[in-house]
Write a protein that binds this ligand. Structure first.
Ligand SMILES: Nc1nc2c(c(=O)[nH]1)N[C@@H](CNc1ccc(C(=O)N[C@@H](CCC(=O)O)C(=O)O)cc1)CN2
Ligand SMILES: CC(C)(CO)C(=O)C(=O)O
Length: 255
């Protein structure tokens, strides 16, 4: 049975944790889905782990849609969410509507995710939700702001923590169905998770969140570098290197 947005709300009440991962291609997405992942995010981190860019800023809406289509062909059960890339939604609510609208018209996405909880973005979220598009929020460390805030932990001072709490409440009031909390102290994530009625999905935000997400390339040991909080479950760099060396040797020895 496919996972639905309504189900996520129920799982929060039942305290059933949500297991989410990112995906950027058909083959891996199909494996994640068959292994029982609840939510698959076509995250703009694919700009780094799949396309080799230094940060998430260069990826375009066309790129995101192309990858989302490939992932969508491999997903049967997981809830498919697609990130809006940098500058496809910040300029105005109208542009955000057109960008998000393209994602829903051209892919099998059940929801979109965008970064930020400042007042203008809250109004954009409200417009998207009013137009029928489910939105997942993302606060704390928002990687599209890397040039302003870097990748360090957010919400450390009392003022910064309070601001993230206020942004979370405002996004909920605007209609988000879930909230991603990235790289914030565990106590702050616990507080937000207890405070808001929609599921929180954490990455580097402690164990109290309603769900967890990691970048699949990090989980599988395929990334050049990864955040300190990303737990590695396999060493595919090693496995692939050994397999390919063996193949090259077999060819060269004509075996
Ligand atoms: N592959 C990979 N790439 C990614 C993400 C990921 O999940 N994995 N997520 C996004 C980037 N997010 C982070 C979050 C934390 C860190 C990180 O490294 N943080 C250090 C401090 C770094 C600093 O001070 O500069 C810390 O201790 O918090 C790096 C990228 C996009 N790219
Ligand atoms: C998983 C997460 C939160 C990492 O920043 C994301 O949004 C992405 O993959 O683009």
């Amino acid at each position: 049975m496919p996972v639905t947005i309504a189900q996520l709300q129920k799982w929060k009440q039942q305290q059933k944790p949500i297991a989410a991962l990112t995906a950027s291609d058909y083959a891996i997405a199909k494996l994640l889905d068959k292994a029982g992942v609840d939510m698959i995010l076509v995250g703009d981190s694919l700009a780094m782990v799949a396309l080799g860019y230094k940060n998430t800023l260069p990826i375009t809406l066309d790129d995101m849609i192309r990858h989302a289509q490939a992932v969508g062909r491999g997903v049967e059960n997981a809830l498919l969410i697609v990130d809006l890339p940098f500058l496809s939604y910040q300029v105005s609510a109208e542009e955000a509507m057109r960008s998000a609208g393209r994602v829903f018209k051209e892919t099998d996405a059940k929801g979109i995710k965008l970064e930020g909880g400042y007042p203008e973005m809250v109004e954009t979220v409200r417009r998207l939700v009013q137009a029928g598009m489910p939105v997942m929020g993302h606060v704390g460390l928002t990687p599209q702001s890397v040039h302003r805030i870097g990748y360090r932990v957010q919400g450390v001072t009392t003022d910064a923590a309070n601001e993230i709490v206020e942004q979370s409440k405002a996004l909920v009031e605007a209609g988000i169905f879930a909230l991603l909390l990235e790289n914030i102290p565990a106590e702050l994530a616990t507080k937000i998770t207890e405070l808001i009625p929609v599921p929180t999905i954490g990455i580097g935000a402690g164990q109290a969140c309603d769900g967890q997400i990691l970048v699949t390339h990090d989980v599988l040991g395929l990334s050049d570098w990864q955040p300190p909080f990303a737990r590695k479950y396999a060493d595919l760099q090693g496995t692939i290197t050994e397999a390919i060396k063996q193949y090259c040797q077999d060819v060269r020895t004509k075996s």
